[in-house]
Design a protein. Structure first.
Length: 386
């Protein structure tokens, strides 16, 4: 049973016997000073150094997560928490739980999620590796701002507070360290009210090797963001490639019609083949991107994306098939004309124009086939969500 006013401090823990007792103590002291009912939950999934015993002795409730990982532990801890207000922070004493009052106050002021910003607080010397401080976190924070309009300056801060209601709405699933990013991305997509407040970072007191692996974990954070923005990963580059390819094709055809020989032999018909490939590649990526967008929408996110709105207004399977068949027909006609002109049954074309026509006809045919299959794929996804 969730009690809206109760505060649950949830601490993910893997082999933190050295610092965990102090963290639980600080959290309990903070609850006392706030004069609030609360509990401290330690979410463990396999400590072998006696952390569990330390947690219980310090007065925390221990929950065990079946799956390994920072995210898995926090999800289990949040699910089992009795409080309507959830506060999270690491078990290595790098965040001081006696500083949770501003987080709780912000939640009570009406925010759904409150995130600490260590760059606006005090970072104790040696508490954050320079690579994280000057590259990893700032870059990831800016990317999150760009992709999800979050305005959060420290997306990796481990000290946060959220309401149980917000936790339920976000449907968090990620088991690893990139859980921190998942929470921000989904909070933004769910349009939660997010606040950021200064937060201090202290040197940790862990007696273990870091769980966080800078490069692999950094990549997992980035990968998570990219997976949630198929428009930037597929559609924008796809459309750019397709537009460049089409422009190149058009320029060469126009050159060959109006002033054959111009730029030759620097720009030859080989370039035309490259432009054809560029266009088809771009079209293929765009088609995949639209499917990815609809798939992501079917998971109940991104309802206001422009591409989704565009598809909902204009796309039907029949329209896609008609467009595809028209392109296939145009391509086939072009090839037929070539054949006839080759046999001398029709006014013959110059060698240059014959080549251009062949390339354009094949492009049209291939693009038409792609359109037919992409339309089937898209409507398959639509079937799922309607
Ligand atoms: N239960 C559980 N907790 C974990 C796991 N991985 C990390 N944690 C906890 O999550 C918190 C953060 O982990 P850290 O390794 O300190 O990661 P970090 O603070 O981002 O990185 P550092 O700069 O290396 O300290 C700590 O309280 C860990 O005990 C895990 O697999 N299971
Ligand atoms: Mg740490």
């Amino acid at each position: 049973m969730t009690d809206k006013c109760l505060i649950s401090v949830v601490i993910p823990c893997l082999n933190e016997a050295r610092s965990l007792g102090l963290c639980v103590e600080r959290a309990r002291r903070a609850l006392k000073e706030l004069g609030r009912e609360g509990e401290v939950v330690v979410a463990d999934n396999g400590s072998t150094d006696g952390s569990e015993r330390v947690a219980q002795q310090a007065g925390a409730r221990v929950v065990r997560a079946a799956a390994r990982g920072y995210g898995a532990a926090l999800i289990e801890g949040f699910q089992s928490a009795h409080g309507g207000i959830l506060v999270m922070g690491d078990a290595d004493d790098s965040y001081h739980f006696d500083e949770i009052a501003p987080f709780v106050n912000k939640i009570e002021a009406g925010y759904d999620l409150v995130i600490g910003n260590r760059f606006r607080g005090r970072i104790e010397a040696g508490a954050m590796p320079p690579l994280h401080r000057y590259l990893g976190t700032p870059v990831l924070s800016r990317l999150a701002g760009f992709f999800f309009k979050t305005r959060i300056g420290d997306v990796n801060c481990g000290m946060r507070a959220l309401t149980k209601e917000a936790f339920n709405r976000m449907q968090l699933k990620v088991e690893g360290m990139e859980f921190a990013t998942e929470m921000i991305v989904k909070a933004a997509l769910c349009k939660l009210k997010i606040a950021e407040i200064p937060c201090n970072l202290y040197r940790d007191r862990r007696g273990r090797k870091p769980h966080l692996n800078t490069w692999p974990d950094g990549w997992r954070h980035l990968r998570f963001m990219l997976l949630f923005r198929p428009d930037w990963v597929f559609i924008v580059p796809g459309l750019c490639l397709a537009a460049a390819g089409l422009a190149g094709l058009a320029a060469l055809v126009l050159r060959d019609v109006f002033s054959p020989g111009l730029w030759l032999p620097v720009v030859t018909q080989n370039h035309m083949l490259s432009f054809m490939l560029l266009f088809l590649l771009g079209a293929q990526i765009t088609g995949l991107g639209l499917a990815a967008e609809v798939f992501s929408f079917s998971r109940h996110f991104d309802a206001e994306k422009k591409s989704i709105i565009f598809l909902q207004r204009h796309f039907t399977l029949e329209r896609g098939l008609l467009g595809g068949l028209a392109l296939i027909g145009a391509g086939a006609l072009g090839l037929l004309y070539l054949l006839v002109s080759y046999l001398g049954l029709w006014p013959s074309l110059s060698l240059l124009l014959r080549f251009d026509l062949a390339v354009c006809a094949i492009t049209s045919l291939t693009f038409g086939v792609q359109l037919v299959y992409s339309s089937f794929l898209l409507s398959l996804f639509y079937l799922k969500i309607k």
